[in-house]
Design a protein around this ligand. Sequence first.
Ligand code: ZN
Ligand code: ZN
Length: 257
Amino acid sequence: MIVKFLGVHNAESRYTRLVSFLIDDVLAVDTGSLASELSFSEQEKIKAILLSHGHYDHIRGVPAFAFNNACHTTRVFATQQTLNILASHLIDGVIYPKFTEKTPICEKQSLKLVALELFTPMDIEGYQVLALPVNHNNISSVGFEITSKEGKKIFYTGDTGPGLSALWKHVSPQLIIMDVTFPNRLENKAKNSAHLCPKMLKKELIEFHQVKGYFPQVILIHLTPKFKEEIKEEVNEVAKELKLSIDIACEGDELIV
Ligand SMILES: [Zn+2]
Ligand SMILES: [Zn+2]
């Protein structure tokens, strides 16, 4: 399974992109930079989109993608609340066409919205996808375990605050892609906005080890660009203390699981 990171930050600029990554070039997970970081032909390869939650930085690429790929139907998987946010705020027929219906651009619907049930594995384009609830700002937010045909597993937390331990018995990933948005000195901010800092990450990983008996490979995304160096130093300390590999993703990074 090849994971390709398109955007790994929580703030957009010339040098930083919002969260989005691809699995084997065919599954897109969150869409913060889905259209802007791919060529048209790369976009055509995408067969399905998974959305972790309805915040703008994760759903914003959907209408641009639908516009570019209007004449074939792409399925979008998310919880019903996330789909409702997308349908009522972005593809609402006011600021952009309702891509879930026929549009003036094409006779076909560009998007088909499919609701995910929590704790219920679903086959999506040959991958088994399990959506699990995470704690994020009173919005319906999920993490995804994605399992390839070969049995390779990754778990993406989406945006999340602390309290992932209840999920660990449901997943067995080789790789975890995790939200670390703030440095330790802004722990309160992390808690209040339901994100993680390195100190909180350490606690979540120790609990993972207690439940599963191993550490997965860990890669971090959703960083606040101006705190990146500070977060990096603190994450290196956590990696040293726990004796495991923790990396911070960069835009354009690819890794094989
Ligand atoms: Zn969010
Ligand atoms: Zn976010």
